[in-house]
Design a protein around this ligand. Structure first.
Ligand SMILES: Cc1cc2nc3c(=O)[nH]c(=O)nc-3n(C[C@H](O)[C@H](O)[C@H](O)COP(=O)(O)O)c2cc1C
Length: 199
């Protein structure tokens, strides 16, 4: 499919076929695509937690508000987290970034309030949501991005210490009777001329 067709085909799935498994090579491709995501000064302040273990997935589902059934039905849940322990993350910066970029990060860190630094780091993780959703549809997967998760409970369930979840995405194959399929519920968007300016 060409890119516009893929954009029209992608939608937020609301009901999954719980009998369908994702091939391992597709899961592996998704992992690699996420690792290759871009970020400002190549800072990469993220952790992607792939959950296919049914028991852990169902614990996370129970901490996901109105998203519980989707997460239980979908084959894969990926939790997207941002560096939370900034001292610990400094080691990542020191060992991975070349001098120029490391100096850049260190000066940003010293110049802006910590709260703003954390917002900036989180923005970098959000870039990977777009990457993941586009990758999923081109890999033939349905997906659901979800901010409707209880992040504190996720931290406990996953035993996280240095990263903090921001959002999750369910991946799998939508149920035949998913009411949100675009052919049943057409996409709703603002008009092109209202959101795009051409100068
Ligand atoms: C950041 C973000 C958070 C979202 N959170 C949820 C969610 O918790 N549960 C859900 O079912 N859909 C969620 N969605 C899906 C949106 O409602 C959906 O993308 C939007 O209505 C456009 O519809 P479409 O993706 O089907 O084209 C979220 C989407 C984004 C981008």
């Amino acid at each position: 499919m060409e890119v516009l067709e893929l954009a029209k085909a992608r939608y937020a799935a609301k009901k999954y076929d719980s009998n369908k498994r994702i091939p391992q090579e597709t899961v592996d491709a998704l992992k690699e695509v996420l690792r290759l995501s871009p970020s400002s000064i190549n800072i990469q302040p993220w952790k992607f937690t792939f959950v296919q273990n049914k028991e852990v997935k169902s614990q996370l589902a129970a901490a996901s508000l109105h998203n519980e059934s989707k997460i239980n039905e979908a084959d894969l849940l990926v939790v997207f987290s941002v560096a939370d322990d900034l001292e610990e993350f400094q080691h990542v910066v020191d060992t991975n970034l070349p001098d120029g970029l490391r100096n850049w990060y260190n000066s940003i860190k010293n110049e802006i309030p910590e709260e703003h630094l954390r917002v900036w780091l989180s923005k970098q993780v959000y870039i990977t949501m777009g990457v993941a959703l586009s990758a999923a549809v081109s890999l033939g997967l349905d997906s659901t991005p979800m901010e409707g998760i209880e992040t504190d409970k996720y931290v406990e369930i996953l035993g996280m210490t240095t990263y903090k979840p921001l959002f999750a995405i369910a991946f799998g194959y939508a149920a035949e009777d998913d009411y949100n399929r675009p052919e049943v519920t057409p996409k709703s968007r603002r008009e092109l001329e209202d959101v795009v300016e051409t100068i």
